[in-house]
Ligand binder design. Structure first.
Ligand SMILES: *[C@@H]1O[C@H](CO)[C@@H](O)[C@H](O)[C@H]1NC(C)=O
Ligand SMILES: *[C@@H]1O[C@H](CO)[C@@H](O)[C@H](O)[C@H]1NC(C)=O
Ligand SMILES: *[C@@H]1O[C@H](CO)[C@@H](O)[C@H](O)[C@H]1NC(C)=O
Ligand SMILES: *[C@@H]1O[C@H](CO)[C@@H](O)[C@H](O)[C@H]1NC(C)=O
Ligand SMILES: *[C@@H]1O[C@H](CO)[C@@H](O)[C@H](O)[C@H]1NC(C)=O
Ligand SMILES: *[C@@H]1O[C@H](CO)[C@@H](O)[C@H](O)[C@H]1NC(C)=O
Ligand SMILES: *[C@@H]1O[C@H](CO)[C@@H](O)[C@H](O)[C@H]1NC(C)=O
Ligand SMILES: *[C@@H]1O[C@H](CO)[C@@H](O)[C@H](O)[C@H]1NC(C)=O
Ligand SMILES: *[C@@H]1O[C@H](CO)[C@@H](O)[C@H](O)[C@H]1NC(C)=O
Ligand SMILES: [Zn+2]
Length: 507
């Protein structure tokens, strides 16, 4: 008898548990999240931005703007985890393989643009979202057909085939038509021929064709950009090309000539949200701060910091939009890899004084130096290096003769051979970074994990984002991102793969 009572209790406890389980399941049903709701998805890439790059930008900003040690970057506020990014062919990925993994959920070889290891086209998130009714767009500060933007919307066996990637982006050779409806950035050269000073080997002019065909609204200067009225006066599809290839670095460029990444982003967010205000689905926007990577390759600390801070300002612009919109929006920011193996050794903020002295990138100063005409006149050359390059360019007043002759050796007496430009830029960069106390261990990408940042204005999406297993918190491989997108939308990457089987992948 003493045993029976507890037994009954157990059974009723079990029944109660089952009852509660069913009850909560049934009650939960009406708010089931698997029913697709209108959403916007914004993905940001700081190309080549590793953890030490974020720290350097934060420390520098605190120094230069006199902010306390606990002043955060916008990025810092949304830090959620880290991401690993090896490619199929190397522990060190390039942007093409890393982007492919983010966009398709599959690791591939370095240089592959949304193709598998066998070179076959595979469906990407941008395409899959478009098939589900999203309007998509991209804004970047490099060529719009460069690897990082290309992987979401187009395919090629090699990232070098930007000519065929542009044909796909404008929809000419893409089986699904144009995927992005808004394209803003550089890379104008890939839209017209070598014969006219462009970059296309086939000498076609896609710029003229899309205008004649009436398929795209094309703009290419500041005045036309301003007429977009921050995105309120945009007719999609819109193609805006503001540089032949890369944008100049932020430290070298004039906003009066080049709409910066924050401005591009504002236009894109307003135009895409306006275009989808009566649609069942929202938009997908890819934003890349493209040249953090290039500054890492050049070991250029001042340029790197300015690019990173522009990226951070862009995140702030996105956040402002997300707080105001009534559409559920999820924002994810990450990097494809780190570039430069940046090591931070400064112990005092005052070490950064030399960084704020720089007025130009070392890429820019290298071009100036190569353009100097009297290279055979050692005295004139040394004077030029000391005055124009070191003092006016880098803001360096404390210069040794040895430092001058080290740079002079690259160019004097016709010693300069093509391909030395990046070496000169690195040598110039070293003058600043050795004084500022940061070291660069590489002029290439490295395999260190990069930060993962995410936020949403919708509590249920924020909860998903913060889930360690199915969301983005904690450590993830780059292939997990598309799985996450699938969990919040109803995309079908395999369906895209089938539909794009015949897309041209080589020249
Ligand atoms: C690369 O891809 C091949 C073919 O799918 C696979 O067998 C191999 O395990 C992959 N290696 C890595 C490191 O991803
Ligand atoms: C423009 O239209 C012509 C005629 O239909 C077509 O052959 C060509 O592929 C189009 N060009 C582009 C860039 O879409
Ligand atoms: C394109 O123009 C370049 C430079 O004029 C020329 O060398 C090349 O042969 C042309 N290509 C084609 C396909 O006509
Ligand atoms: C809107 O854009 C058109 C060109 O597409 C331009 O003619 C017009 O002036 C613009 N309106 C405003 C208010 O900027
Ligand atoms: C939305 O677009 C329409 C038509 O292009 C335009 O008249 C309107 O001003 C835009 N509204 C906003 C808020 O951008
Ligand atoms: C930075 O520039 C200031 C003048 O603006 C100069 O006094 C200082 O010496 C420079 N720093 C170095 C390390 O050359
Ligand atoms: C001047 O530069 C040398 C390195 O060339 C450095 O050791 C020294 O501390 C610098 N002095 C100042 C005042 O910046
Ligand atoms: C001057 O420079 C040219 C290359 O720019 C080189 O070929 C030539 O030998 C140089 N002359 C002297 C006297 O160094
Ligand atoms: C960088 O600067 C340091 C300190 O002046 C020097 O020892 C080193 O050799 C330089 N490295 C390069 C690649 O120029
Ligand atoms: Zn790179």
């Amino acid at each position: 008898m003493a045993f029976i009572f507890p037994k009954i209790l157990n059974i009723s406890a079990l029944a109660l548990a089952v009852y509660f389980y069913l009850f909560t399941e049934i009650c939960a049903a009406p708010v089931d999240n698997s029913v697709p709701k209108k959403k916007n998805i914004i993905f940001l890439v700081g190309d080549g931005l590793g953890p030490s790059g974020v720290t350097l930008a934060r420390q520098y900003r605190q120094y230069s703007e006199n902010l306390p040690f606990n002043d955060y970057l916008e990025l810092d506020r949304h830090y959620i985890g880290t991401q690993g990014h090896r490619s199929n062919s190397s522990l060190i990925t390039d942007s093409a393989a890393a982007g492919t993994a983010l966009a398709t959920g599959k690791k591939t070889y370095n240089k592959g643009i949304s193709v598998d290891v066998n070179g076959k086209a595979i469906g990407a998130v941008g395409e899959a979202l478009k098939l589900k009714g999203y309007t998509t767009g991209l804004v970047v500060t490099t060529s719009v057909a460069d690897a990082t933007p290309a992987v979401w919307f187009s395919h090629a066996k090699n990232r070098a085939y930007q000519d065929i990637l542009t044909e796909q982006l404008v929809g000419e050779t893409h089986p699904l038509g144009h995927i992005p409806s808004l394209i803003i950035g550089g890379g104008r050269g890939w839209f017209y021929g070598l014969d006219e000073g462009g970059l296309r080997p086939d000498n076609r002019s896609l710029i003229e064709e899309v205008q004649q065909n009436g398929t795209w609204n094309y703009i290419e200067n500041r005045e036309q950009f301003d007429a977009l009225d921050e995105g309120k006066n945009v007719t999609l599809p819109l193609l805006g090309l503001f540089a032949e290839e890369d944008y100049p670095y932020r430290i070298d460029r004039e906003d009066s000539e080049y709409p910066n990444l924050v401005e591009q982003t504002r236009v894109a967010l307003n135009a895409l949200s306006n275009a989808t205000k009566d649609s069942d689905q929202g938009f997908f926007l890819l934003i890349e701060s493209s040249r953090i990577d290039h500054a890492g390759h050049a070991n250029d600390s001042p340029a790197h910091i300015q690019e990173t801070l522009e990226y951070d300002d862009t995140i702030a612009e996105v956040l402002k939009f997300v707080k105001e919109t009534d559409v559920d929006t999820v924002v994810v920011a990450t990097a494809d890899h780190e570039t430069g193996g940046l090591v931070l050794k400064s112990t005092q903020p005052s070490h950064f004084a030399i960084i704020s002295n720089a007025t130009h990138s070392t890429e820019y100063l290298t071009k100036e130096l190569i353009g100097f005409q009297e290279k055979n006149d050692t005295e004139a050359l040394n004077e030029y290096i000391r005055g124009e390059i070191f003092t006016n360019g880098l803001g360096l007043y404390n210069i040794t003769d040895d430092e001058v002759s080290r740079i002079a050796e690259y160019v004097e007496h016709g010693a300069l051979t093509t391909g030395k430009e990046s070496e000169i830029a690195v040598a110039l960069s070293n003058l600043t970074s050795s004084r500022a106390g940061n070291l660069w261990g590489s002029t290439d990408h490295t395999s260190v994990d990069v930060g993962l940042y995410a936020f949403s204005n919708a509590p249920y999406l924020q909860q998903k984002v913060e889930n360690i297993k199915s969301g983005l918190a904690g450590y993830h491989e780059n292939i997990d991102f598309s799985v996450f997108i699938k969990s919040i939308s109803d995309i079908d990457l395999d369906e895209v793969t089938e539909k794009i089987a015949d897309i041209p992948l080589t020249r």
